[in-house]
Structure formats: structure tokens, C-alpha cells
Design a protein around this ligand. Structure first.
Ligand SMILES: NC(=O)C1=CN([C@@H]2O[C@H](COP(=O)(O)OP(=O)(O)OC[C@H]3O[C@@H](n4cnc5c(N)ncnc54)[C@H](OP(=O)(O)O)[C@@H]3O)[C@@H](O)[C@H]2O)[C@@H](O)CC1
Ligand SMILES: Nc1ncnc2c1ncn2[C@@H]1O[C@H](COP(=O)(O)OP(=O)(O)O)[C@@H](O)[C@H]1O
Ligand SMILES: [K+]
Length: 507
């Protein structure tokens, strides 16, 4: 599991770890870690390869300069572009120049800097780290635009410069969207997009800041343990899972297992207008291999024809015992749909509401209040941005994690806000960012699949030996779904049903 912290939390941990550190020893260790990743990213042979360092005014620039000195020793041709020459890190600069590193002052030689970036084999971003307060000022913004337009991959130190370290404001990729020419004065004004480095990899020290998990510009995340991470008594601001955590949470069968020990999930989805949603959601639930899937809705015949092992009925009242309900995908919002939703919300088991179910909740906020009186079992809400805005119009989606946390607290439900970086929050303040996924998932029906996946996990968590709470079920479900999407995309598959086959195996 990756734990991410606020800048304040990371700064306090650094202060505690570096009480007696008066020289650049830790920075040199950081720089070795940066150089090790850079050497992996450089084409072979390394001698003569062109590395351009983007160097800012703080310690992030110092890391870059020390890393540049290490790369010089390996024979790379390293050029440091100084964005703020007067304030460049003195120790780093001396070490770099001792090794024969070359310098350019970007404030008076921008054209040369841009041309060096264009010809680089690797760009190392040491403009800003934890001290960053976006948006970037003009010299840095120009360099970032040029770096993003260059063919070389960018390795960001600590974070891609231009993102908000705490993740409260999003930065769009700099190479698109703002219409700026690399090296030219970036547009300013309210319409221009914030600029940020689009990194192939980011190496961070000790632990990432929350913004690093949230930013799509981070690329592959590497964490170098320099003994700087907050200790275990500090609650992380947000977490992210990796494949190993998820394997641990998958339901396991034993000799004494029966269907109720692996979880029975009930699904209310689909309608005459959206028959496919029923199949997509049930297919996903089945793929997670719960003890049993029950279907309750107007597509019972089609569902059983496709999955004979599913026990189907027309209505949740007649469905029989379940350990979790999913309601919403394609179920419609008419009278019968509202009645079905009410039945599900009255059940004393965990309930996931998605899609049309969320639309009905937005129109009838009293439904959730009534649910709280009827059951203490958790509720999971899985809106995309449009559904989120209908449910909580007063919350600012420019700050997705904060908005999601507020929504979870207000509605006393786990809220999963879908998107490129899906975020999940629990009413008690826990939060997670999902790092799996692919734009391949931005197609119709993949959300119905996600609902089925999380529904199965909620049921598994509500078994006698179940360990998954609703928040963890949502986080694990998002991870599995995203990984399945990546595998389907890599295999060249088309369409949401392709996810089923990858869900049963996805890490
Ligand atoms: N501490 C440790 O133990 C270790 C730390 N390490 C490294 O140190 C990094 C943190 O270093 P740091 O504190 O010097 O901050 P950093 O981000 O480099 O520079 C901040 C300066 O940038 C400026 N600035 C801000 N926003 C700006 C903008 N939008 N556009 C333009 N300029 C802007 C701002 O200047 P001002 O606003 O005052 O003009 C401020 O002075 C950390 O990320 C890691 O890489 C590692 O070596 C491991 C050990
Ligand atoms: N650009 C993107 N990159 C990665 N994942 C995405 C992107 N856009 C959407 N997704 C994911 O695809 C799914 C879409 O769900 P949803 O919007 O409910 O679609 P539908 O209602 O058509 O099923 C979500 O899991 C979401 O996180
Ligand atoms: K950086």
C-alpha cells in the first residue's frame, strides 16, 4: 500500500529525520536515487547521451544538480538549464561544475534552452518540489512547455513541476490545451490552462504527497526510501493500493466454504430500454466468483440465459437472502424503478447505488435519510462527475478529493468519484486514489461493470469471516476494474464485456 501525505505532514517528518543534518548528505542520497532511475531510462550506451536538467531555485533543483554530477561520472553529456540562476543550489552547482557539467541561464538564453530540450535523450525536472505553489511563473512555464513538446521522456524529481503538491487544484498537461508554442510566452489570464510537466516517471523520497497520486502527469511512480517518511502514527492523507494488497483481499475458498461464506450479491439493473446494463453488471459480479449472484429486475430471462448459475426474479422483494445489494445501472427512473430502489435501501446489508439509482437519489434526497433510520449497514455511492454535481451541486469538483470527502461525510456513505483518477472517500475521513485504469475505460458500460465488481466484494465483506469493509471493497474494486481495463486495452479488445474475462484474474 502506498500512503500519501500532505506537504505539512511530509515537512514535519523531514524536520524530525534531519535534526542534525547540516550538510547535503540527504540530498546526495536523493540524487543517487534519481540518477539510478535516469540511467534505467537512458538509451545504451550512456556515454555521450544528452541529459538536460531543469533546475529551479530550491532544493529540488539541488537534487537535479547532484544527480547531474553522478550522470557526468557515467559519461553522459549533461546540461543544466537554470530557471532562476541567482538562487540555484550552491552546493549542487559546485558539485555539478566540478564534474564538467554545462550551464545555461534560461532567463537570457531561452532559445538555446529550448533547442537543447528538443535534442535531449532524457530531461530531468528539478524545477519545483514540495515548495511549489502553482501556477508556474513565465520562465518555468516556457521550459515546461518545451520539455513536454520534446521527444525525450521526462523524469520528474519529487513531483512534476506545475502540479499542486497537495492536489487541491488540477493542472492540465502542458503540451496540449493551452495553445502555447514551446518557448513562447505562455498565455496568461483566466482562460489559460495551468501548465505542468508531463512526466514519464516521477521519483519521490520517503512517501508521495497526495497531489502526486492525483495528478495524471506523474507517470510511473518510484519511491526511494531515504528514511524521510512520516512514522506509522501519522494517518495518511490518502492511500493507493498495489496489486499485492489487492490479491490479499480477494475472497478465498476453504474446505468449509459454502455460498454464504464467499458472498451472495443481489443486482437490480437493466430495463427494457437498457437491457445491456443488466448483463454488464451481472457479468462483472459473476467474474469475481462470489458464492452466488441473484438478479432482480425486468431482464431476468436474458440474464439466466447468459449465466444459468444466476438465480433471477423480477423484483428484489422476491429475490431471497443476499449479503449486499447493487442497484442502479440502466434500471430507469420510473415508478417501478423507484419502488425497487426503495426495497433495496430498506435491506439491512451493504448497498451500492450507481447510475439511475443516483439520479433517483438526487431527486429524492429523503431516500438516504430514511435508509439511515432503517439500517446501519454501509452505503456506497459511485457517481461520475455529472452525477456527483447533481447530488452535491455546492461542492467544487476542481478539488476532487476534498469534494469527495465532503460528500462522504455529508451523506454518511462511501463515495467513489469516477474518472481518470478515481477517488474514494469514507464518512470517517479515509480517502484513496485509484492508480490503475486507462482511457480505454472511457466507453459506455464500464461503470456498470464497476458496480458489479464492488457489489461482489461488498457481499464477500459481509460474510461471517469477511474482512473487507465497504471503503476497502470500493478501493479494491476500483483497482481490479482499472487493471482489467489495462489488460483488455493491451490485448486490443473492444467494448465493456471484454472486461469480464480479465476481472477474474486482474491483480
Ligand atoms: N527537505 C529534505 O529533507 C529533502 C528535500 N529534498 C528535495 O527538496 C525539495 C523541497 O525543496 P524546497 O523546500 O527548497 O522547495 P522547492 O520546491 O525546490 O523550491 C521552492 C521555491 O520555488 C519557488 N516557487 C514556488 N512556486 C513557484 C512557482 N509557481 N513558480 C516559480 N517559482 C516557484 C519558491 O520561491 P519564491 O516563491 O519564494 O520565489 C520557493 O523558494 C523536495 O521536493 C525534494 O526534491 C530532497 O533533497 C530530499 C531531502
Ligand atoms: N479518461 C479516463 N481514463 C481512465 N478511466 C476512465 C476515464 N474516463 C472514465 N473512466 C472510467 O470508466 C468508468 C466509466 O463509468 P461511467 O461514467 O459510469 O460509465 P457508464 O455509465 O457508461 O458505464 C469509470 O470506472 C471511470 O473511472
Ligand atoms: K520537480
Amino acid at each position: 500500500m502506498i500512503s500519501a501525505y500532505t506537504v505539512d505532514q511530509l515537512r514535519s517528518a523531514e524536520r524530525a529525520a534531519l535534526v542534525d543534518d547540516r550538510d547535503d548528505a540527504v540530498m546526495r542520497r536523493a540524487a543517487y536515487a534519481v540518477a539510478a532511475v535516469a540511467l534505467r531510462m537512458l538509451p545504451r550506451p550512456v556515454p555521450g547521451r544528452r541529459v538536460v536538467l531543469l533546475v529551479g531555485p530550491g532544493n529540488n533543483g539541488g537534487d537535479a544538480l547532484y544527480a547531474g554530477a553522478v550522470l557526468r561520472r557515467r559519461g553522459a553529456d549533461v546540461l543544466a538549464v537554470l530557471a532562476d540562476p541567482e538562487r540555484a543550489h550552491a552546493g549542487g552547482l559546485a558539485a555539478f561544475q566540478r564534474r564538467g557539467g554545462k550551464l545555461i541561464d534560461a532567463t537570457d538564453a531561452m532559445t538555446a534552452a529550448v533547442s537543447a530540450l528538443t535534442r535531449a535523450d532524457l530531461i530531468i525536472d528539478g524545477l519545483l518540489g514540495l515548495g511549489a505553489r502553482p501556477p508556474l511563473r513565465p520562465t518555468m512555464a516556457r521550459l515546461v512547455l518545451a520539455a513536454n513538446a520534446a521527444p525525450a521522456p521526462v523524469l520528474a524529481i519529487d513531483l512534476p513541476s506545475g502540479i499542486d503538491p497537495d492536489g487541491h487544484r488540477a493542472a492540465e498537461p502542458a503540451s496540449e490545451g493551452n495553445g502555447a508554442t514551446p518557448g513562447a510566452e505562455p498565455q496568461s489570464g483566466p482562460e489559460s490552462e495551468p501548465v505542468a510537466v508531463d512526466a514519464a516517471s516521477t521519483i519521490t523520497f520517503g512517501a508521495p504527497s497526495t497531489g502526486l497520486l492525483l495528478a495524471p502527469q506523474t507517470g510511473r511512480l518510484e519511491i526511494a526510501d531515504l528514511g524521510l517518511a512520516p512514522d506509522q502514527r501519522v494517518l495518511p492523507d490518502a492511500i493507493a493500493l498495489d496489486d499485492i494488497d489487492v490479491a490479499f483481499h480477494r475472497p478465498r475458498l476453504g474446505r468449509d466454504s459454502d455460498k454464504y461464506s464467499s458472498g451472495v450479491v443481489g443486482i437490480v439493473a437493466g430495463s427494457a430500454k437498457y437491457p445491456g446494463a443488466a448483463l454488464l453488471c451481472v457479468g462483472a459480479a459473476v467474474s469475481l466468483r462470489p458464492g452466488l449472484v441473484r438478479y432482480a429486475g425486468p431482464q431476468a430471462a436474458a440474464v439466466v440465459q447468459r449465466w444459468p448459475e444466476v438465480v433471477a426474479s423480477d423484483d428484489p422483494v422476491d429475490a431471497g437472502r443476499v449479503q449486499a445489494w447493487v442497484a442502479g445501472p440502466g434500471m430507469g427512473t420510473d415508478g417501478p424503478a423507484l419502488r425497487r430502489l426503495n426495497v433495496v435501501l430498506g435491506a439491512d446489508v451493504p448497498v451500492l447505488i450507481d447510475a439511475d439509482g443516483l439520479t433517483m437519489l438526487a431527486h429524492n434526497p429523503a431516500l438516504l435519510v430514511r435508509r439511515e433510520r432503517r439500517s446501519h449497514a454501509p452505503v456506497v455511492l459511485t457517481p461520475h462527475a455529472g452525477e456527483f454535481a447533481r447530488l452535491w451541486p455546492e461542492l467544487d469538483l476542481g478539488d476532487r478529493l476534498t469534494a469527495c470527502r465532503a460528500a462522504a461525510r455529508q451523506s454518511d456513505a462511501v463515495v467513489l468519484l469516477k474518472g481518470d483518477r478515481t477517488v474514494i472517500a469514507a464518512p470517517d475521513g479515509r480517502a484513496a486514489v485509484n492508480l490503475t485504469g486507462t482511457p480505454w475505460l472511457a466507453s459506455a458500460g464500464t461503470g456498470d461493470v464497476l458496480a458489479g465488481v464492488i457489489g461482489s466484494l461488498l457481499a464477500a465483506g459481509n460474510t461471517p469471516g469477511g474482512t473487507l469493509d465497504a471503503f476497502t471493497a470500493a478501493v479494491v474494486g476500483a483497482h481490479i476494474h482499472g487493471r482489467a481495463g489495462q489488460r483488455a486495452a493491451a490485448a486490443g479488445k473492444v467494448g465493456a464485456p471484454a472486461l469480464w474475462e480479465y476481472l477474474s484474474a486482474a491483480g
